[in-house]
Design a protein around this ligand. Structure first.
Ligand code: AMP
Ligand code: MG
Length: 339
């Protein structure tokens, strides 16, 4: 299969919509990361997404809508808190879990009775959804286990020959997948995946926000995860990633003392001048939004360094930093060394 990379003109968006209407999968830009989109109502199209990604069947997809009017098509009931959160954070990088409507086939939700829904702010994603008139199921557009894709070129590298087309919307604004939340009957929020809608922002909107254990800890085999995606290997380059929880001087002296042992470093901007090993940078130490934008791109660049182990600087864990730490922890297979 030839994979076309298309500038998102009205004509190309119409072409992509046509592909989706006939049951195909298209790579699309969103403000979080690129997605692999198919009609959420079309079971066999959704199965093509799993095939293109090599995604485990038990990992459910997020359904994307482009107006609040589309929500009742996919969600069976809409709690008051969800309405308030949608009003405050949609369109944007927040995914809310609802009881699913009958029209959503089990392939989308991996057999769960709930469905994850998001209203993206990206104009191309919105235009495509509106053109098809369909809710689009779309996971991140990477091969399963690999870092997510934040440019059309990343999508092309992972998906060439697997999907017919990619809409090129440039680099993603946030560069990290959406925040995923679950609501209980009392309107309390459980955070399943941190993102650019931060815990601090959610706490301004609802009285109680609990961070699920799976956000920062490895889920033991055999335990039921609230978010099935937490069980799987994620975001990983081929190179072994290890996080060093250390001051900058301690980090530099540890890494430099291993300088001839196939070791590399993933550091914040400017810190590389003191390094004696190959490196990638991922934004300024005091700029979590820049780190978010660069994280997956940097993880993708790691394998080109030709080292066996990459030691990464520890991000801060408040605000968007929590999301960066969550992704990096998984990329590192939870390997953190405290110096
Ligand atoms: P991705 O599509 O790669 O952004 O991953 C989607 C994330 O949303 C995964 O971590 C899933 O586990 C999570 N997710 C999707 N649907 C549900 C659901 N019904 N309940 C809980 N988590 C979900
Ligand atoms: Mg993903």
């Amino acid at each position: 299969m030839d994979t076309k990379v298309l500038i998102p003109t009205a004509e190309n968006i119409a072409y992509a919509a046509h592909l989706i209407e006939q049951g195909d999968v298209v790579g699309i830009p969103t403000e979080t990361v690129y997605g692999l989109a198919a009609s959420a109502f079309d079971e066999s199209a959704v199965e093509k997404i799993f095939l293109a990604k090599g995604r485990p069947q038990d990992n459910p997809l997020i359904v994307h809508i482009a107006s609040l009017d589309m929500l009742p098509l996919v969600a069976a009931d809409i709690p008051e808190t969800a309405k308030q959160l949608a009003e405050r954070f949609w369109p944007g990088p927040l995914t809310i879990i609802f009881n699913k409507s009958d029209r959503i086939p089990p392939a989308v939700t991996a057999g769960l009775s709930t469905v994850a829904v998001r209203f993206p702010s990206h104009k191309v994603a919105q235009a495509l959804i509106l053109k098809t008139g369909l809710p689009l199921a779309a996971p991140s557009a990477n091969r399963s286990g690999a870092p997510s894709t934040t440019t059309a070129l990343h999508v092309y590298n992972d998906m060439k020959g697997r999907i017919p087309a990619i809409l090129d919307g440039g680099s993603c604004t946030y560069g990290l997948e959406s925040t995923v939340i679950l609501l209980n009957g009392a309107g309390d929020v459980t955070l399943l995946r941190p993102g650019a809608v931060t815990v601090e922002m959610l706490k301004e909107a609802v009285p109680h926000v609990t961070i699920d254990d799976g956000v920062l800890h490895e889920i033991k085999a055999g335990t039921q995860a609230l978010s099935p995606g937490m069980m799987h290997k994620h975001y990983s380059p081929k190179t072994n990633v290890v996080i060093l929880d250390a001051s900058l001087p301690a980090f530099l002296s540890f890494v430099n003392s291993h300088a001839d042992e196939s070791v590399g470093a993933m550091v914040f901007d400017g810190e590389e001048t003191a390094l004696k090993v190959p490196f990638v940078t991922y934004g300024a130490a005091n700029d979590p939004m820049a780190q978010a934008r660069l994280l997956f791109q940097s993880l993708r660049a790691v394998d080109a360094l030709g080292v066996q182990t990459i030691y990464a600087r520890m991000p801060r864990r408040d605000g968007v930093g929590l999301a960066i730490y969550n992704r990096l922890l998984r990329a590192a297979g939870f390997e953190v060394i405290r110096l």
